[in-house]
Design a protein around this ligand. Structure first.
Ligand code: NI
Length: 252
């Protein structure tokens, strides 16, 4: 059995969500953790987790929301988390400097507030970090009790090792199957015991469906690639990454 530890599920992207869940099961992807990371998608994700037993949640505000989210919204987020047993983590939260650095201090403050919430509620975090490795690591280190995973990791071996050393798993998705990806080096260096699988659907579909709309049902393509890289049977990849996800997100 597989767990997709990070994806997005919304009526905007999928006409028939019953079908998505059914197709996931046919591919042995029996649990998925969807992320709501804007006001609207948090509400929609909560409703989907209510409806489908297989769907779990992480909720938290993406760094791109830093400018519009108020302290009242963050209080509401805390309530939404406290009142829902299917919320298994906070995220995706983090830093994104890709589109410029003019709001860097605002982003950092916003990230710290949500890390504080994770610490207070004793929940793992799902980290979005883009062009912001140094600041991400230094803020994570301010919260040594908090663990989580680095969603859609794309950095160096050294960076991956730092994250692992401070208690984080590395989220590996479709990018690992791309022709020019160097992620195999990271995977060889950190080992399967530090990896969780994710699709980030509807984005970043793996080869051989690259360019199409992604879905959790494609997780086996990612597992096959890891099996090839590490020379470990795919059943073992499934077992270990599922255990990693169950432990990190307390899915028992
Ligand atoms: Ni995502």
């Amino acid at each position: 059995m597989y767990i997709d530890t990070h994806c997005h599920l919304s009526k905007e992207d999928y006409d028939d969500i019953d079908l998505v869940i059914k197709e996931n099961k046919e591919k042995n992807v029996n649990r998925i953790i969807i992320s709501g990371c804007t006001k609207e998608t948090i509400v929609e994700s909560i409703a989907l987790a209510d409806k489908y037993q297989e769907v779990y949640l992480t909720i938290g505000y993406h760094p791109s929301e830093a400018k519009i989210i108020t302290s009242k919204d963050l209080e509401l987020l805390e309530d939404q988390i406290r009142n829902n047993s299917k919320v298994k983590g906070i995220g995706e939260i983090g830093l994104d400097y890709h589109y410029g650095k003019e709001d860097i201090e605002l982003q950092k403050d916003f990230f710290r507030k949500q890390m504080k919430l994770a610490e207070k509620l004793n929940l793992p975090v799902v980290i979005h970090s883009r062009d912001a490795t140094k600041d991400t690591i230094s803020i994570l280190k301010e919260f040594p009790q908090v663990i989580g995973d680095i969603h859609c990791f794309s950095g160096s071996i050294e960076t991956a090792k730092i994250y692992v050393s401070i208690g984080y798993k590395i989220g590996i998705g479709g990018v690992v199957t791309f022709k020019n990806s160097n992620l195999y080096k990271v995977i060889e260096a950190i080992g399967i015991e530090n990896i969780v699988l994710e699709t980030d659907a509807p984005y970043l579909a793996p080869v051989p469906v690259r360019g199409k709309k992604n879905s959790s049902k494609y997780i086996p393509y990612i597992a096959d690639k890891l099996s090839e890289i590490l020379n470990i049977p795919v059943e073992k990849i499934a077992e270990i990454t599922t255990n990693n996800a169950v432990t990190l997100f307390d899915l028992k």
